[in-house]
Structure formats: C-alpha cells, structure tokens
Design a protein around this ligand. Sequence first.
Ligand SMILES: Nc1nc2c(c(=O)[nH]1)N[C@H]1C(S)=C(S)[C@@H](COP(=O)(O)O)O[C@H]1N2
Ligand SMILES: [Mo]
Length: 205
Amino acid sequence: MGSGGRVTRGFTGRRRGGKRRLPPGQYDVGPQFPVLSAEATPRIDTERWSFRIEGAVREAVEWDWEGIHRLPPGSYSGAIHCVTSWSKFDTSFSGVSVDELLDRAGPLPEATHAMAFSHTGYTTNLPLADITGGKAWVVWEYDGAPLPPEHGGPARLLVPHLYFWKSAKWVAGLRLMDHDEAGFWERNGYHHRGDPWQEQRYTGD
Ligand SMILES: Nc1nc2c(c(=O)[nH]1)N[C@H]1C(S)=C(S)[C@@H](COP(=O)(O)O)O[C@H]1N2
Ligand SMILES: [Mo]
C-alpha cells in the first residue's frame, strides 16, 4: 500500500487524541492477557479436535481441524472486555467467521439463539443476531501464533462486542435453538446477553 493508506482508528479502540474507548466500569489491563477458566486447562490434540453446528439447522455439520482450515479465513483486531472489569486493546485473532460456518449448516427460520458448548462442558448462550453479520469467529491464532491452551487453544469462540465469558474456550460447537436458555455463567447470576456498553453484567442489569 502507498503512503496514502487510511487508518481506521476507531477499530482498534482509539479515539481522536489517542484516548482509548473503555466501556463503563472497565480499566485498561495493558499488555497482560489474564487467564480466567472455571475448568482445568484441557490438552486437546488437533488430531481429535472437532467443531459442530447442530440443532435448528437444515443439516448438522461437523468439521475436523483440517476441514475448518479450508474455509475462507476471518480475523478480528480490536478490544476485548472481561466482566471482572479488565479490557484489553489491540488484540488480534484469526480463524473463521461464524457466518461462514452457519452458511454451511443453514439455520432454520425459527432459530433465534445458540448455545455454544466446549469440549470441557462449559456452555454460554447467545442471540443469533450477536454471532452473525461479522461479529463472531472461531479462532485458533492469537497475535499471529497458535492460540495457547490456557486461552482456549486449539480454538475458541470470539464474540468481542460482548463480555468475554461469551467467548467459549476449547469450543466444540454451537447448538441452534428456537428459544433462549441459560449457559454456565448465565445460570450462576450473569446476564443473558452481556453487552459491556450497557453494563449488562448480572441478571437484571
Ligand atoms: N471453556 C471456558 N471458556 C471460557 C471461560 C471458562 O471458564 N471456560 N471463561 C470465560 C471468561 S469469564 C473469560 S473472561 C474468558 C477468559 O479468556 P482468557 O482466559 O483467554 O482471558 O473466557 C471465557 N470463556
Ligand atoms: Mo470473564
């Protein structure tokens, strides 16, 4: 690209004047990348890894590690926000968009929500509208390197516009549903949607 290339500042979380945009009640954690897991970190061999879309779809589809890598690549650069109040700017992840995955399974008209599930049994619920339209990915690279096991490697869900508990680590699939249902943290007092800009931390927020 020539020297005339435009830089979209808003995308990395910077505002004019260099100030970073933080959702209410959040602080900038800086270069650290905290690890928060309810489970012990599992070691999942990519030879045995799988990801499936099931439930309210035309056809349930399952990918293995090689198969998912053959899909058109997708990536995200920007901020992530944990409900425990740290936000991290300028992260970069790559993998495949959830749109590409859903396209191949064909959500039925009645599908309104999805339950993301992990190889460990962790679950989190999401409105379909929050994982379609270029807002969610299944990612296996962080900062240009394989996603470390403690951050959900081989692959995790990434839904960066919602609190980070929605980004299921060691993700194994999505079950599409015609109704909403609580996942692991949502059953334990967390908000069903989790929009950091609306501070939807707990049930009733
Ligand atoms: N499987 C699984 N995924 C999970 C969690 C978890 O405990 N288990 N914690 C969630 C929460 S609360 C956060 S803040 C992020 C933490 O991701 P990190 O450890 O990569 O920072 O993962 C989310 N995904
Ligand atoms: Mo979190």
